[in-house]
Design a protein around this ligand. Structure first.
Ligand code: BGC
Length: 865
């Protein structure tokens, strides 16, 4: 009898399993139906003409046709059978949906053999209020005379009677500022910092809640708290960027069991006061609560029936919600009566305290990301942000409390003002982790503990800074939507979480705040307009392209094409013979060892590099959108600038000229493809020389660091890329980990064990920008990379790069089509590769040993090399 080798047996088993799986599953229907930006059964959906996405069961290779049916109010739209592989972002072709409409939809598909799957389970969604005309409500706020503190929290209330049993009820609500709502004493929804941060004078997002079960026949009461938040609170050194007083807009729409309807709206019948137990609340400074106070001094509200010029539409992505609770790992008492709780992890959110209190005593809750050497809190890096919560007790006993409208970036919580005899317990403090409630979709892991810690730090950095908008940092008196930081981090972010709706919404604000001449403010929402910085403004071109490539949603290009053009036109208006001699900006921000924060790479070089890159991305967008007018125009423009750049800054040996030699200058030239192929390789060799001269270390800031590993890799120096990634000494990704980092830091040496803290003026311990290396970890170390030609992972590359420092690495990602993964491990002198290609996609596997690449269909693959 012939014997089969182990590997053949494994192969045979996988074939048999695959055959059974195919036979069993081909009749299974599609699943995971979503609308728009991957929203699953949304309530208060925002798009009248949505797109539909679904996933095919594992075992299906390819979709050859689909059929969609929507039903709403007894009307059906049927796409009929459409011969197409498209299973994500498929446009709806019926009558636009209207406000409040509830829609049911389902999908049928045919597989690669033409066999139909049958209808999927139906999915639902319900439209929010799409037009300002849908609103009968008025903007309301408590009267001014009860307001003595600029961050006073408003209280609103309204009682009403419902005569009949309720069939269904919705609350449509928003605020200029933050709101928290209660209905008959129970919280409405579980969202925080609602309704998020938009450019409020131009656009306000609304939320929709199903409150059917919270209503009763007879008397009901609505109560709201209103905080200044981003609308009227402190932002950098100013306040009231959008207005002085927060306001609420609310409409409760009730359908009775007998089919009749009624609505209750915010209007002059409500009462308000600033005289309540929440004395004040500020994002930067914290919240003060006096439990002894009942809200008093109620007066008729100030009501404004003029809804204003801003667009008022449903929020297009999930709000901030509680994500996790962290328990203290250690308690110390560095000063008498001051207990410091260590959560073991730098987080963003607040502390929920459950502590013994004494009547009339104030419990003070302080926060810090780091400790001083004597164990007390290090808070200098918060700058002017007070980040302090206080609670005044109404009676002696145990209380449980958390704030409403503030958040802190912290690892340590200090409690003081507790009864003398109280013995601290880890139960006293829970760290509440808050961020935009986005689905986690990616995972990276390896055989190396520090690399895994880096991935953890990157992910925590993302969580802490995705608080409704992408921020630079979450703790000091800043916390703004810095464009450059978001731009470099976007590809990594798109691996860890499904951020499509998050970024699309932020880009909408960017469009709202783009200046008339095409410039993009350095922070979005645009509350600062002080610098035209290449590398920051280009978030307007880079983020649309990156999100498109990683999601496959072409609308992100269509929506932003105009903004992208206007930025490129601005660059053009500044250019002299394709170069940008007069440009300034933030430079290669925070380059290590440079004399100033802007680094040593000249502004004009950075400017021309980003001008060329943005023009190139615009040309790509024009090609995708089939904008004939733009395709050639912008491709030519990019080519002209590239030529001028290469001529000005590079000699025939690919060496920098007319500018100091910096790593970042080489990195940008190569990353943005600004040099002809031969020069590119020579430039790569020069970059290698500079890295070696720096003893195998980075000399790059915010602009160069994100690309350096990729650029070395692309020019044939992947070993050096690995060495940089695994470098232990300053400056490097592992260096902060060696100093105890649990998040990404603003500087590699924000704190060192031997020298202590860096310059407190710029010293965030939660700054994701350098976390941009995560992209290379997913795409190359583990080897899961999108194909820009077939966006959304319709086709992708598996191109792992097993480095000497690692025994194994693995990445997985919930792509729009389903789970993809790439894992490799070195075992018994063999390289084992395990790959999963989701249904309806293909992948090209590039083998690290030089074996011929293979194009494979959906399925699971195992290789031993
Ligand atoms: C922010 C940065 C930002 C920079 C602009 C800083 O204050 O924290 O991350 O990109 O300003 O140079």
């Amino acid at each position: 009898m012939a014997t089969l080798s182990n590997s053949k047996i494994t192969a045979l088993i996988s074939i048999i399993t695959a055959v059974f799986a195919a036979a069993r599953l081909s009749a299974e229907p599609a699943h995971s139906l979503t609308v728009g930006e991957n929203s699953s059964e949304p309530l208060g959906f925002d798009t009248a003409v949505p797109t539909f996405s679904w996933k095919l069961p594992v075992g299906i290779k390819r979709q050859t046709a689909y059929r969609i049916q929507t039903t709403s109010e007894a009307k059906t739209w049927d796409s009929g059978w459409v011969n197409s592989e498209q299973s994500v972002f498929v446009p709806y072709g019926g009558q636009p949906f209207m406000s409040r409409q509830r829609v049911e939809w389902r999908v049928d598909f045919r597989d690669e053999n033409g066999k139909g799957s049958g209808w999927s389970q139906p999915a639902h969604f319900e439209m929010g209020l799409l037009s300002t005309n849908d609103w009968k409500a008025q903007w309301i706020r408590p009267p001014d005379e009860t307001n003595s503190n600029p961050d006073a929290v408003g209280n609103l209330r309204h009682g009403f009677i419902l005569p009949h049993a309720v069939e269904s009820a919705r609350i449509y609500v928003t605020a200029r500022g933050f709101f928290e709502l209660r209905l008959n004493g129970g919280r409405v929804g579980n969202d925080h910092f609602a309704n998020g941060w938009t450019s409020y004078n131009k656009h306000v997002d609304t939320l929709t809640y199903d409150v059917t079960s919270q209503l009763r026949v007879g008397t009901n009461s609505l109560e709201a708290l209103l905080g200044t938040g981003w609308y009227a609170g402190r932002l950098m050194s100013g306040r009231n960027k959008y207005g002085v007083h927060p306001e609420l807009l609310l409409q409760l729409e009730v359908t009775y069991k007998d089919g009749t309807r009624e609505s209750v709206s915010s209007d002059r019948d409500w009462e308000g006061t600033y005289d309540g137990p929440v004395l004040s609340s500020s994002i930067y400074d914290g919240e003060s609560f006096d439990a002894r106070k009942e809200a008093t001094n109620w007066r008729p509200v100030v009501a404004n029936p003029n809804l204003g010029p801003e667009r008022i539409t449903p929020k297009p992505f999930p709000p901030v919600r509680e994500q996790a609770l962290m328990s203290p790992t250690n308690i110390t008492e560095p000063q008498p009566g001051h207990f410091v709780f260590d959560l073991g992890q730098n987080i963003v959110g607040w502390a929920r305290i459950k502590v013994p209190v004494e009547k009339d005593q104030t419990v003070t809750v302080h926060f810090a990301e780091m400790l001083n050497s004597d164990g007390t809190l290090y808070t200098k890096n918060y700058r002017s942000a007070k980040s302090t919560d206080t609670y005044v007790a109404a009676r002696t006993g145990t209380i449980e409390w958390e704030p409403h409208f503030t958040f802190h970036g912290f690892r340590y919580v200090e409690l003081s003002g507790l009864p003398k005899e109280a013995k601290p317990s880890t139960k006293w403090v829970s760290g509440v982790v808050l961020h935009s409630d986005l689905p986690r979709i990616g995972k990276f892991e390896s055989s190396h503990a520090k690399l895994n810690q880096l991935q953890s730090n990157i992910t925590w950095g993302q969580q802490g800074n995705f608080v409704d908008i992408p921020t630079d940092c979450p703790q000091r008196d800043e916390r703004l939507g810095w464009t450059g930081d978001a731009e470099v981090f976007c590809p990594t972010a798109m691996f860890n979480y499904d951020c499509l709706g998050f970024f699309k919404s932020w880009l909408r604000t960017m469009r709202d705040d783009q200046l008339l001449d095409g410039r993009i403010p350095p922070v979005i929402p645009g509350v600062l307009v002080d610098n035209d910085s290449p590398g920051w403004m280009d978030s307007a071109t880079i983020i649309p392209l990156e999100t498109y490539v990683r999601s496959g949603d072409v609308s992100v290009l269509a929506e932003n094409y105009d903004m992208m053009q206007r930025l490129v036109w601005w660059y053009r208006s500044q250019s002299v013979d394709g170069l940008l001699p007069n440009i300034k900006g933030y430079g290669d921000w925070l380059q290590p060892y440079a004399k100033n924060r802007e680094g040593e790479t000249p502004f004009p070089l950075i400017g021309a590099a980003f001008y060329a890159h943005s023009a190139q991305l615009l040309a790509q967008a024009a090609a995708v959108l089939k904008r004939e007018d733009g395709m050639k125009l912008y491709a030519d423009e990019a080519a002209t600038v590239k030529r001028a750049f290469a001529r000005q800054y590079f000699d025939a040996n690919g060496k920098l000229q007319n500018a100091p030699e910096t790593q970042t200058a080489y990195v940008l030239a190569i990353a943005f493809d600004l040099l002809p192929p031969d020069l590119k390789l020579k430039a790569g060799a020069n970059l290698v020389r500079l890295v070696k001269e720096a003893d195998g270390h980075l000399r790059t800031g915010f602009l160069g660091t994100p690309f350096i590993a990729r650029v070395l890799d692309d020019t044939g120096h992947s070993d050096l890329a690995y060495d940089l990634l695994f470098q232990e000494s300053y400056p490097s990704w592992f260096y902060p980990i060696n100093q105890g980092a649990t998040t990404m830091w603003e500087r590699w040496n924000s704190f060192t064990l031997d020298k202590g803290f860096g310059d407190a003026g710029m010293n965030s311990f939660n700054h994701y920008a350098y976390g941009a290396i995560g992209q290379w970890m997913y795409e190359r170390v583990a080897g899961l990379a999108p194909d820009p030609e077939h966006p959304g992972y319709k086709h992708f590359f598996v191109r792992p790069l097993p480095g000497n420092q690692l025994d194994s690495a693995r990445a997985e990602l919930q792509t729009p089509y389903g789970l993809a993964s790439s894992a490799w491990a070195k075992r018994n002198r063999k390289l084992i590769m395990d790959i999963v290609v989701p249904p309806n996609t293909t992948a090209t596997i590039e083998f690290p040993n030089g074996r011929k690449p293979e194009l494979v269909a959906a399925g699971s693959y195992h290789f031993e090399l």
